[in-house]
Each structure stands twice: as C-alpha cells, then as structure tokens.
Design a protein around this ligand. Structure first.
Ligand SMILES: [Zn+2]
Length: 680
C-alpha cells in the first residue's frame, strides 16, 4: 500500500509547469538584473491569506475552542515556571530556549483565528519584547546564559535553534497585523545571520538548528519576496549549505531504512528543506528527494495514522513503537509549507491523514492531557519503558500534563490553528484554492469584490462539501479544488450544473455571483491497506478505522523527584473489552464491499473525536486470536499475516475462534485501539 499512489504523473505535471516558469524566470532575471540591482519574486503556487481571514466552523471551531480553554490560553498560569513572566524571551532570567517561542507559535495564530483579544494580548507581549530588545548587531532574543536549574533550559543562550521558532512567530504576526516593525527586525537579524553563520554555523551550540534549517530558510525566502534584496539569496544558499543534507540522504543514503539514524522531530520538521530551497533553485532533484523520502518513510517506518515510528530515534514500522506529538504537528506544518510552495495535492492528502487520525488521538478531548508517544496498536496505556528509544523514565506513553519531555506540552499548540490557516490559499493570479477540507468560512477580496465563501460540511466524517458564495458584486476569478487520491465517483456541480473532467486539482473559472453554490461530493469507499507483518488497516476517505476499546482511566499521583520533573500525576488507560482480534480474509481481502458502513445522522456534523461521538462505524467480521496477548504492558507482537505476494503461508494461520462482528470507529476517536490487524 502506498499513500503516494500513482502520483508521479502529478509530480511531472507540476515540475513541468515550473520548468516552463524557470525558463521565464531566467529571462526575467536577465532583464531585471540589467535594469536594476534587485532580483525578481520567487514563485509559490499559493499564498497564505491573512490570519483571521479563515474562520473555523462546526467541529473545527469547537476543537479550537476546546484547545484554547483546555490548555493554550492558560499555559502561563499552569506552567509558569517555564512560560511565565520569568521567561528569557520576556526579559527574565528563566527558561530561554525553545519552549516559550513554541507556545507562542501556536497561541498567536489561535488568537487571531478566534479573534480573541485576551489571547492576542498574551501573544503581543512576546512579540513586543523580541522586537523592542533586538541587539544593535541584529541578534534577537535573550543572549545571556545562567547556571542550570532543574526543569529550565537556561544555557546555550546563543543557540540558533529557538530563534528559528521565533522567526515563525514574527512571520505569522506580520501576516495578522502588517506591523512594519517585523520587517525591520527580520532584515537586521538576517544580516546578522549572513555575517555570523560562516564562522558560527548552525550546529555550533546544538545540532537542532542544522536539522531544522528549512524553517529558517522558509522565512528568509518569504522575506525576500517582500523586499527583493539580493543578499537574502546569499543567506538562503548559506542556510542550505549548513543544513543537514536531506536531499542527498533521501536520494542516495540509507537514513530512512536505518533505525535510530535520525531524531523523529528533526525528520518531521526537516524533510521540507529541499522543497523550501526549491522555490529559489528550482532544481528538480530537490523535489524528487522529498518524494522519495516520503515513500521511504512510509515503507520502512510508516503507520496508517500518517505518522512514522520514532520514539525518539527513528524506530521502524512496528505498531508497538511510538510517534511523538511534536512529530505530528511538525509533520503537518511541513506538509502545509510544501503544499503552498508546490500545489502538489498529495501533500494535502498526507496532511489530512495526520490531522484527522494521529492528532486527535494524542490529546484528551478537553486538551488538558496529552501523550508524548502514541502507538497505532495500543491495547493499554501504561507506565513503563515499552521498548521506546527514549522511555522518559516510564512516562513516555501515559497521559499527563507534564509527563515525558516537556517539548510537546508547549509545541502541540500549532497543530490545529495552522491546519485551519491552510484550508484556503490565494492563487497568485487572483483566485482562491481549497486544498484541505473542513467546515469554515473564508472572507477576502477577489477581482475587486468582497467575497465570503461558507464551506458547509461534516468532512472528514462525510464527503459532501458545499461552498456558498456571498459577493459584494459579481467578479471573475478561478476557484481551485483538490480532489483527494482516495475519492471515488466524484460529483462536482456549480448551481446544480455538473462539471465534468475533474482532476487532482480542478480549476473552475467563471464570473461568480452572490448566492452561487459549488457542491463537491467525494465518494468514500472502504479499502484495505497493508502494513507491518503484512497486516491490514481499513480506511474510508481520509480516515483510518480502528477497533476503539472501552477505556478505564487510572490516575497515579507522582512523588519525590519524579513529581518535580514530570508533574503531579499521570494517567494509565486499560481496556474494558477484548482487543486481540484478527479480521476475516474472505471479507477484507476478497469482499471488502461487504463491510457495512453505519452512519449516525444525528451525530454527523457534531464534534466527533470520542468513542461515543463517532458518527461513522464499520461493521466487520473478525475472530479473536487466543495466543495474541499482552506483553510488556501493551499488545504483544503483531501476528504474521501470510500471503502478501508470495502466495504461500499457512491458512488458517491461527486456530479459529468463533467469528464475531466487531465495530470499528475513526482512529481519531480512540485512545485505546487496534488499527493494524492480522488477517485470519
Ligand atoms: Zn515533543
């Protein structure tokens, strides 16, 4: 199974467009260099709309409100020792590394998307301190270190890495407000980087910036497009040279087939670097590297929930291994940036796979608790080492506020707000593109008219999406819609009139009028995908379906040293029902259409991310495997499924227990689950 099926055609098409653009760009460069000292704008397939132009509706709005009230709005009160007023990024002597900027990187877009003045004011403090305390030579952020104190990162004051997070904060703040102080500050900081990096490279203090240089580069190229200052391209080259060589490793190395070869968050965050650089260099090799990299991530380490095994080092595709919450939100952000730059629709497919499956499963429904590592097969959630690369002294899998390493407590905030911000893009020639789907409303100017498009849908639980136009006056502009790879029987109409020949990326050009309705129906069919030990996951549309297990939550109060480090308590979760099922092969391999899809119309459109709220369920034939039992506090090794391609193997592969009908729910609705099933 591949989540990148048959796309090379799409890639070729996109690359072809950019090859043409490259030729045009070369002509333009020659012309412009001859006529002035500045160089022309870099082409991006799409541009972001101002923060606040896209308003979440329905379940997505409720998600953002739950996040705001559950964790984001009050983190300075619940976690004051790190992100309170003593933080170095507010001028204090406290923590001065990544966690303060991490929080603001998600809190700021959430504030502007929800138009929440109180939250905006909280974000403003951090932005103002950075802008008002820039050093004469351009350096930003705290520059003085302090001796180690338990729980605070006060050393490494000059490390490039936390500054990269603050660059993303400033970029978003400018996008929300147009505050010109940002441009002044970034110009000075980038000059400082250009002067300082040759003798003090990205990996001088820690190795993080070297792996995450793509985010620094992305803001430099974004800034270049606003200023056209040629020296910024020299900085871009320098950052690319000092970056970890993802291009070479993806194309020729064995990074992704080697366990423990790279840190999971560095991979999720860094893999965009070649595509980011490509918007300037337009070298096809850069795109091909990421394309091959994503295929190999899935092949050697992939999970059906869109993530890969990495806990914290890269750790293969056994569904008993974990994926970190930081990896999920950073992988989403990488897909979002690569989608904007290239317009390649597969990045949107992959983004939705993470957002609708892995992400909601890894936080509690009120956002007060999260898991550092989640597993695709997670029959129990218990304290213990769990064969993780970094076991976090037993707290890697359990739910908690401050359990495990505290990066995820502060970095998780960017997931849903940035997802919302990427639902719509501006097309450079004046139109709008809906590349990722969820209920929302977008308001902007197109071709001189004030346009509001209400996106009415219960997606991803349902495939029907209606776009209702409100226009100040009629206006002609293109509307681009993504057709997901999984969609079957696509129906697209404008005011009831069918549009034939839909493509991965369907473009409608017409004069739009007030009250126009575009109706997109994406047919969702149940299909089986193949994973570790030849197991099967069932999918329908963008959702993976799992056996969601009834939950019994058990709280343990922490004491002593662990309480200092990991917070007051942690939660384990135990199943209230059997979990050791295999699926019957004569159904899932030979007669997948017979899997019954049960839709509860009273729940469609509601907030869906719990077992009870799940509006869609699959009924599938299964039997228990008596020998598949708990091991090390969780589901034991996944039983092998014969018959992959060799057409040999023992069927039935296990003594058959009585057949039952089991009910699967969307993966994102579960905390305990089996999502990769043996086949019987
Ligand atoms: Zn983390």
């Amino acid at each position: 199974m591949s989540i990148l099926p048959g796309n090379s055609k799409e890639f070729r098409r996109i690359i072809g467009i950019f090859e043409d653009m490259k030729r045009i760009t070369i002509l333009l460069v020659v012309f412009l260099v001859a006529s002035c000292t500045k160089t022309p704008q870099l082409e991006r397939r799409y541009e972001e709309l101002p923060l606040g132009a896209i308003k979440p509706e329905g379940w997505l709005r409720e998600t953002l409100i739950r996040q705001r009230d559950g964790i984001t709005a009050h983190l300075d009160e619940t976690y004051p020792q790190v992100v309170g007023d003593g933080n170095g990024w507010l001028g204090g002597e406290g923590d001065r590394w990544e966690r303060g900027p991490y929080w603001v990187d998600g809190m700021l877009p959430l504030a502007y998307i929800l138009d929440d003045d109180e939250l905006k004011a909280k974000a403003q403090k951090w932005v103002d301190w950075t802008l008002e305390n820039q050093r004469e030579d351009g350096f930003i952020g705290p520059d003085k270190g302090y001796p180690y104190v338990e729980g605070l990162q006060r050393g490494m004051p000059l490390d490039w890495w936390p500054r990269i997070v603050m660059l993303k904060v400033l970029q978003q703040y400018y996008n929300a407000t147009g505050d010109l102080r940002v441009l002044d500050c970034l110009g000075k900081y980038f000059k400082y980087q250009l002067q300082t990096l040759p003798k003090t490279p990205l990996d001088t203090y820690t190795f993080w910036a070297k792996y995450r240089a793509g985010d620094n580069l992305d803001v430099v190229l974004w800034y270049y497009n606003l200023t056209w200052e040629p020296w910024l391209l020299k900085l871009a080259d320098l950052l690319h040279e000092q970056s970890f060589d993802f291009t070479g490793e993806f194309l020729e190395g064995d990074l992704l087939s080697t366990k423990a070869s790279i840190h999971c968050v560095n991979l999720a965050q860094g893999l965009k670097e070649p595509v980011v650089y490509w918007q300037y260099k337009k070298d096809e090799r850069l795109i091909e590297a990421v394309y091959k990299g994503l295929q190999d991530i899935e092949r050697y380490n992939g999970f059906p929930n869109g993530m890969f095994g990495g806990d914290e080092a890269l750790h293969g595709n056994d569904p008993r291994q974990g994926s970190e919450l930081c990896s999920a939100v950073e992988l989403m952000y990488s897909y979002e940036q690569m989608l904007k730059i290239t317009g390649v629709t597969e990045f949107a497919d992959m983004l939705e796979r993470v957002a609708f499956n892995a992400l909601p499963a890894q936080t509690s429904s009120d956002f007060t608790l999260h898991q550092y590592f989640q597993k695709p097969n997670q029959a129990q959630i218990t304290y213990g080492q769990h064969n993780f690369d970094v076991g976090q002294e037993g707290t890697g899998q359990v739910f908690g506020f401050l359990t495990a390493y505290p990066c995820c407590l502060t970095n998780q905030h960017q997931g849903w707000p940035k997802f919302t911000q990427n639902l719509w893009y501006r097309i450079p020639d004046g139109g709008l593109a809906a590349m990722v789907y969820s209920p929302c409303t977008v308001t902007t100017e197109c071709a001189g008219a004030r346009v509001t498009i209400e996106e009415r849908t219960a997606y991803p639980m349902d495939g029907l999406i209606e776009f209702v136009f409100s226009m100040s006056e009629p206006a002609s502009f293109p509307l681009e819609l993504r057709i997901p790879e999984w969609a079957r029987g696509v129906k697209l109409t404008v005011n009831g009139k069918p549009i034939e020949d839909t493509d991965w990326l369907t473009r409608i050009e017409r004069e739009w009028h007030d009250g126009d309705i575009v109706r997109l129906e994406l047919g969702m069919e149940v299909k089986a995908s193949r994973w570790y030990e030849n197991s099967v996951a069932l999918e329908r549309g963008p959702l993976v379906y799992a056996l969601g297990l009834g939950e019994r939550w058990k709280k343990t109060v922490m004491t002593g040293y662990q309480r200092e480090k990991f917070g007051d308590c942690y939660w384990e979760v135990f199943p209230t029902q059997p979990w050791n099922y295999g699926l019957m092969r004569n159904q899932v391999l030979n007669d997948i259409e017979s899997v019954e899809v049960e839709v509860d119309s009273t729940k469609i459109g509601g907030w869906p991310w719990t077992l009870d709220a799940a509006p869609v369920r699959l009924k599938v034939r299964a039997a228990r495997i008596a020998s598949w039992q708990l091991y090390g506090g969780d589901a034991g090794p996944l039983p092998w499924t014969p018959g992959g391609g060799a057409d040999v193997g023992d069927w039935p592969n296990y003594p058959l227990e009585p057949e039952e009908i089991i009910t699967l729910v969307p993966y994102g609705c579960t905390k305990l689950r089996i999502s990769e099933f043996p086949v019987l």
